[in-house]
Design a protein around this ligand. Sequence first.
Ligand code: 2NL
Length: 359
Amino acid sequence: MDIDELGHRLMGLIEAANTLDALEAVRVSALGKQGSVSALLKTMGGMSPEERQTQGPIINGLRESITTALTAKKADLETAELNRRLATERVDMTLPAPDAPRGTIHPVSQVMDELAEIFADMGFAVAEGPEIEDDWHNFTALNIPETHPARAMHDTFYFPDDMARDGQKMVLRTHTSPVQIRTMTSQEPPIRIIAPGRVYRSDSDATHTPMFHQIEGLVIDKGIHLGHLKWTLETFLKAYFEREDVVLRLRPSYFPFTEPSVEVDVGYSVINGKRVIGGAEGWMEVLGSGMVHRKVIAACGLDPDVWQGFAFGTGVDRLAMLKYGMDDLRAFFDGDNRWLQHYGFNALDVPTLSGGVGA
Ligand code: 2NL
């Protein structure tokens, strides 16, 4: 077969190839190790100089034109393949996006948001403070005597002596009262605040964890009395449990920082063997409270003959359990995703009074 004829035949095969695989087979048959064009190129080694001068350009020309034709055909086939895929493989933009894995708002966070919302409606601001406190803010200013059992080593997490600040021993706060002390010493009354946050006690069993969440409330103004305390707590508990039939029972009690001190029970009914808040078949304790002790007001630099107030405190974790029906406190802090998916809240479920705080 002469070179011209080989050229025509290869050009025909290139033209006829209608897949990339077929084209590759043509390339190998021409330019591969055993290829027809490669064989021609090899013959040049045995030629006389004159023969090489005439045949060389023809053979190299053949190789170049075949290479060029292969490249062009390959580009054509690739374009055709792309066009075919563009025509057949469509993305349906109307399909819903796949669900992204979503976390939940922890019930403690949700309840704290609910409480902030309820108390904001009554004019209370949210106050925060350090979790590492000094002895004065956590105990002394609250009229808790040196000998009080709450100060005992087995109840309170104390920092080592060499971490004392201004001669004050440091502790992990055992309640959020020090936040209220800090507010009283830094702001002018009237004061209406709630102080939610983590607190710590050296305690651990089925119903006690070394860290738990507390919320305290404080009102300081002129002429404040127990009636204000009762109305505030009743309004709060009705809004929180989303029931009008919440009944309160106030019992005399004792706290060093309040006088008189009042323990607040809320009535429950038994429905299908379960305790439900509302009615008065039985009572459970939900809050501690009282009129702020004169000594506490004075310790904060205020005149107790001018300023009075009430305060209350309760456990956020327990409030959450009562409203949302969990029965094991320890699960609150395990970080078990199944528990969080079950009891947690949608991030967009922001509590509002108009929507029902726990909606
Ligand atoms: C309870 C009882 C209570 C307070 C907390 C308080 C704070 C200041 C002054 C006076 Cl700054 N009182 N807080 C008062 C009464 C009770 O908590 O059983 N907590 C779980």
